[in-house]
Design a protein around this ligand. Structure first.
Ligand SMILES: NC(=O)c1ccc[n+]([C@@H]2O[C@H](COP(=O)([O-])OP(=O)(O)OC[C@H]3O[C@@H](n4cnc5c(N)ncnc54)[C@H](O)[C@@H]3O)[C@@H](O)[C@H]2O)c1
Length: 259
């Protein structure tokens, strides 16, 4: 009889083919590295930069073709981390219009953001499910949401009258949790686990110092997260360490939503 795995062994991603969308982004790069360090084979998808596969996740055809190519190359898909999103960020030169008050917020931004953050996630999940269904070992889907899947964004962090985080962002991230439950409820029977991951705000060199201080002050550690602080959580969710967990939203926000 095979010996039971130790707790540490359960965190291994040895030989597992793990797709990460938004792999070229700020956190995606860290997740690619963390998966590699755990023994996994990270495969990056992104519409920008130099990913393994350049693909716009809102195009069902483009995603299907990318998945076919990944299968041709690797023969299996064990994990999908749905991490890509439109995330209007402080310090981003192009984001000014995305911080408009809700009554001025353009419908085209709303539509685009929901399309990327929610529909794109659905499209990528839909493309890998038939592959995972055929695998005896099933598969894992991790849907990256945000602390704003649980709470509203506090616009006072901007200290600028009339500046607000996009309403579509909060709405899409709350929707990610609903999509996660819908997927989990259908896919447990195929040994496919689906969980959401809701990180708190991460400090980024482009952010003004006073913003970082105000944002950090809202959680129990009085600081923003550092970019590598979610790597272990991603490995936990992708690996057998979370083998009895599905339909869950793992919130890691420095205690912000518990306060
Ligand atoms: N950075 C944070 O503080 C923070 C906090 C909470 C949640 N999140 C979430 O974590 C995830 C990663 O955030 P990040 O800070 O790395 O964002 P980021 O903007 O740096 O990276 C997002 C990546 O997604 C890609 N992308 C966007 N639209 C795409 C499309 N249509 N097709 C394919 N790729 C597309 C972008 O090119 C980019 O590389 C996002 O889901 C974000 O909402 C981030």
């Amino acid at each position: 009889m095979a010996q039971a795995k130790t707790a540490q062994e359960k965190f291994s991603l040895e030989g597992k083919v793990c797709i990460i969308t938004g792999a070229e982004g700020f956190l995606g790069k860290h997740y690619m590295e963390a998966i590699k360090q755990a023994g996994g084979i990270p495969v990056g998808l992104d519409s920008a930069g130099e990913p393994d596969f350049q693909v716009d996740i809102t195009s069902e055809q483009a995603v299907k073709e990318a998945i076919e190519k990944i299968l041709e190359k690797h023969g299996r898909i064990d994990v999908l981390v749905n991490n890509a999103a439109m995330n209007p960020a402080v310090g981003d030169a192009n984001s000014a219009k995305m911080f408009a008050p809700i009554d001025d917020y353009p419908v085209e931004f709303w539509t685009k953001e929901l399309e990327v953050n929610l529909t794109g996630m659905f499209i990528c999940s839909k493309a890998v499910i038939p592959v995972m269904k055929k695998q005896a070992a099933g598969g894992v889907i991790v849907n990256v949401a945000s602390e704003v899947s649980e709470i509203a964004h506090d616009h006072r962090v901007y200290n600028t009258p009339g500046k607000y985080k996009s309403p579509a962002y909060v709405t899409s991230k709350t929707g990610v949790v609903g999509l996660t439950r819908a997927l989990a409820a259908q896919l447990g029977q195929y040994n496919i686990r689906v969980n959401a991951f809701s990180p708190g705000g991460v400090e980024n060199p482009a952010m003004p110092k006073d913003f970082v201080e105000r944002f950090g002050a809202a959680n129990m550690f009085s600081r923003m997260a550092q970019p590598d602080e979610y790597n272990a959580a991603i490995v936990f969710l992708c690996s057998d360490a979370s083998s009895f967990m599905t339909g869950h939203n793992l919130v890691i926000d420095g205690g912000k939503s518990a306060w």
